[in-house]
Design a protein around this ligand. Sequence first.
Ligand SMILES: [Zn+2]
Ligand SMILES: [Zn+2]
Length: 140
Amino acid sequence: MTTTYHLSCDCGNTTLTAHGAPEATLYCHCGSCRALYGTVMLAGTAWRDDRVEPPASDQVIDYRMSDRDMRRFVCKTCGVTVYGRHRPGMPVIPHSLFRKANGGELPAELAPTLHLFYRDRVLDVADDLPKSEGGELMGM
Ligand SMILES: [Zn+2]
Ligand SMILES: [Zn+2]
């Protein structure tokens, strides 16, 4: 049986659906993720394109970074980020959406498995997860 995640922004006007399992669930410390999401690290999941049904394009603002090919899609009513595209074919959905859909808890099967670009961090994290200094643990 395939897991289906029904996700939404805070106001509920923007919804997206993810099927099955992500390619990765992780923390990313790279400068691009920090800039794109405005946070000290991204906590998120990366998916195969054909496993995600994105929101209707007229429901979202398509924010594009000015200096690199990275995009973030925001509910145009409430302003919550619902997903990003860091490169073609790989939607990235923040853990926060899965928590919201699951009573505040991250579903156990989506627990992060590693830190990516840890050398670029602005905050140390004292956990036991593998820490990839760059992208090598993801084959990047
Ligand atoms: Zn909304
Ligand atoms: Zn990153």
